[in-house]
Design a protein around this ligand. Structure first.
Ligand code: PHB
Length: 399
């Protein structure tokens, strides 16, 4: 048990003052927590729906990082709590509150979907709980609504696509159609694409969209065939991405109109998409084929532990674990020592399978973006599309 003297005093004072309430059982969770001394880690992730696999990969990656440290954080045992957020924005606040109010987690790890993240962001800002974002790229989380207790280990939605436009124009594709799910992640990915593609001299001839998580792509693919662009660029992910890739080929577009995307399009879906994915070019802060000892060891260890191939989501979950470990070690497990905890996390360099990255002032990774092509069920790196790319952090008062 490693509660700091001040938090121990707080627990004792509260226990004494509310002894009556304790006898009713109302205070039990707090007392149990104080006695066990375990760090309470809450996963709020999608375990059902089109992003279910993403949630599992993130949790696997996180646990792997912790298990490499003997399963402890700053010397303390860990107790895990889980909520399936179903990628359902309307339940975001309620689900985050379950972990923070009911389960009294010290750290909330979540989530994947940008709309759901906005619910977590509100609860994190209101409660002050340490919030680690292992995927969702919604700009506001590390821009206008940034907060000292919120750290992202993944990307902002426009980061991968900011590296995409230039790469497409360099291949001679001057007229493009953009297609996505119409919600924050797709809209903000478009912002990055538009900026980079038009700056490089490309013209976006049409923006197409459908509501998340709809996968009825047929009418839109027919429209693309009629528009005859030089190339198509998109944001899709998870189960929906696998279907988009298959439908694109089935509509006869593969081989005729090259398909590009932010790299989520081809992450974790290459088995499900099959040969239809071959040749798709994407930009992303990770690639399966990165030829570094760090990445090779990570891939081998992950495959052994989980009998599955890791993807960018597994890497982001792993890096979330690495960041928390660095913070927890700096405060010897006393996560209540917030100034020192945040300072250590802000100054951390994460030795990630994606390559080393650092935290921006707004708490978002500064990282390289790779250009990749799908070959034989692998995202093969073919270049670096952007070096040490930082999000603008626009509107973040900490920055
Ligand atoms: C998001 O909603 O922010 C999101 C979801 C899935 C991804 C990337 C971003 O792969």
């Amino acid at each position: 048990m490693s509660a700091s003297p001040s938090s121990r005093r707080l627990i004792l004072t509260r226990s004494a003052a509310l002894i009556g309430a304790a006898s009713t059982g109302l205070l039990l969770p707090e007392i149990v927590r104080a006695q066990s001394g375990k760090v309470r880690v809450g996963f709020m992730l999608p375990y059902t729906g089109t992003f279910a696999q993403l949630g599992v990969a993130i949790e696997n990656g996180f646990r792997m990082a912790i298990n490499e440290q003997g399963g402890k954080l700053g010397g303390r045992e860990i107790e895990y709590f889980k909520v399936d957020d179903e990628s359902e924005p309307s339940k975001g606040i309620e689900n985050a509150s379950k972990l923070v109010q009911r389960d009294k987690v010290d750290v909330l790890v979540g989530t994947v979907h940008s709309g759901v993240q906005m619910g977590i962001q509100k609860v994190a800002r209101d409660s002050g709980v340490l919030s680690l974002i292992p995927n969702a790229g919604v700009h506001a989380a590390t821009r206008s609504l940034c907060a000292p207790n919120v750290f992202r280990t993944s990307f902002t939605n426009s980061q991968p696509t900011l590296a995409l436009g230039q790469a497409m124009v360099a291949k001679g594709h001057k007229k493009a159609v953009w297609i996505t799910w119409k919600y924050a992640a797709g809209d903000e990915a478009f912002e990055g694409f538009k900026e980079s593609y038009t700056k490089a001299g490309g013209t976006i001839i049409k923006e197409l969209g459908l509501p998340f998580p709809n996968v009825e792509f047929q009418a839109l693919l027919t429209e693309i065939a009629a528009l005859k662009p030089d190339a198509v660029a998109c944001f899709f992910a998870g189960g929906g991405a696998a279907k988009f890739i298959r439908d694109y080929a089935a509509a006869g577009l593969k081989g005729k109109i090259p398909l590009y995307g932010s790299g989520f399009l081809t992450e974790g879906v290459l088995e499900a998409a099959g040969p239809a994915a071959d040749g798709i070019i994407t930009t992303m802060h990770y690639s399966d084929s990165l030829d570094t000892p760090r990445n090779k060891k990570f891939r081998l260890d992950y495959a052994k532990a989980f009998k599955a191939q890791p993807d960018v989501y597994a890497v982001q979950g792993y890096d979330t674990g690495l960041l928390l470990i660095q913070g927890a070690n700096a405060v010897k497990g006393d996560l209540n020592n917030k100034p020192a905890l945040y300072k250590a996390m802000e100054g951390a360099t994460i030795d990630s399978p994606r390559g080393k990255w650092t935290m921006s002032k707004a708490h978002n990774p500064v990282q390289d973006m790779y250009l990749r092509v799908v070959e034989n069920k692998e995202n093969k790196v073919i270049g670096v599309a952007a070096k040490a790319l930082a999000d603008s952090g626009a509107g973040c008062k900490m920055a």
